[in-house]
Design a protein around this ligand. Structure first.
Ligand SMILES: NC(=O)c1ccc[n+]([C@@H]2O[C@H](COP(=O)([O-])OP(=O)(O)OC[C@H]3O[C@@H](n4cnc5c(N)ncnc54)[C@H](O)[C@@H]3O)[C@@H](O)[C@H]2O)c1
Length: 279
């Protein structure tokens, strides 16, 4: 199969890696040669790590990298069977990309968006073929986390949903079917739940260490909520909370005061060296 990936940032590079590792020919599109090259370098770094850990051979890595081609022209995605968009989370930008994909891609191609918080239907409406548009919501890091939410918008066809689902399964992922509702499945549940945990820190005067110890040992979470927010990034979590709160208006979804303060202070978690914990 030939897969197009639009945007080779955090998610797009991970998705392209999943696809080349699964044996697909991938065309990755970025806005400049430098950014495209940066995406390729990220993929190469992670594949090298796979070689070091004995998960793949040198030859397999080279073959996988050989299946990746880079471009800055969307027109080079014309022959793709499946295109997965992972550009910035901006509605106007995504609609522009989909309108252009609609013009250049084969009529039978499936066009998928990796949006976390936007309506898939609104993105699909930028095309003349909303029945060929679905959501494919990967989790970060895409090569590591198995879940892909296959999002059906009101006009998505059964065939398009099936193509996306079957591709994800073949690529070694664990796809699930869901609908085009705010937060889909995981974020709809996880965002307010993490916010509850943060509020309890202040309401009950609990330390992050104790919160994490409680939730890992008492609720069986693989990672405590504070460590998880540090991993996701406080800014990313706050942004996702605001988006969900904006749509569903449940108070639990609004970002807690404490996270807003952390964001102001630049305590964003692992990526800034400091969040709930020091790194
Ligand atoms: N980061 C996460 O944890 C996460 C998880 C699931 C879904 N998402 C979603 O994935 C999408 C991408 O997020 P990200 O974290 O990878 O962002 P990112 O900023 O790391 O990457 C976005 C990339 O898109 C490129 N880009 C912008 N306009 C483009 C265009 N017209 N054509 C091609 N490339 C273009 C940018 O140069 C950048 O490299 C967003 O919709 C986000 O909501 C993110």
């Amino acid at each position: 199969m030939r897969v197009g990936v639009v945007g080779l940032g955090t998610m797009g590079a991970g998705i392209a890696q999943v696809a080349v590792t699964a044996g697909d020919e991938v065309v990755g599109r970025e806005v400049s040669d430098e950014l495209a090259e940066r995406g390729r370098a990220t993929i190469e770094r992670y594949l090298n790590r796979g070689v070091d850990k004995g998960r793949m051979s040198d030859m397999e890595r080279d073959a996988a990298l050989g299946r990746l081609s880079l471009t800055t022209r969307l027109g080079d995605l014309a022959d793709c069977d499946l295109v997965i968009e992972a550009v910035l989370e901006e509605r106007a930008l995504k609609r522009e990309v989909f309108a252009e994909l609609d013009r250049v891609c084969r009529p039978d191609a499936v066009l998928a968006t990796n949006t976390s918080a936007l309506s898939v239907a609104e993105i699909a409406e930028a095309t003349q073929r909303p029945e060929r548009v679905v959501g494919m919501h990967f989790f970060n890091p895409a090569p590591v986390l198995p879940l892909v939410e296959i999002v059906r918008a009101p006009k998505s066809s059964d065939a398009a949903v099936r193509t996306a689902y079957e591709w994800a399964e073949r690529a070694g992922k664990q796809p699930v079917n869901c609908n085009d509702t705010p937060g889909f499945i995981v974020n709809r549940i996880l965002i307010p739940l993490l916010n509850d945990c943060v509020r309890v820190l202040d309401e009950a005067d609990v330390r992050p260490e104790d919160m994490d110890k409680a939730m890992t040992n008492g609720a069986g979470w693989p990672m405590g909520p504070c460590a998880l927010i540090d991993l996701i990034g406080v800014d990313v979590h706050v942004h996702a909370s605001e988006a969900l709160h904006g749509k569903l208006r449940e108070e639990r979804m609004a970002p807690p005061e404490r996270l807003a303060r952390m964001q102001e202070e630049g305590r964003l978690g692992r990526k800034s060296g400091r969040g709930f914990y020091e790194y």
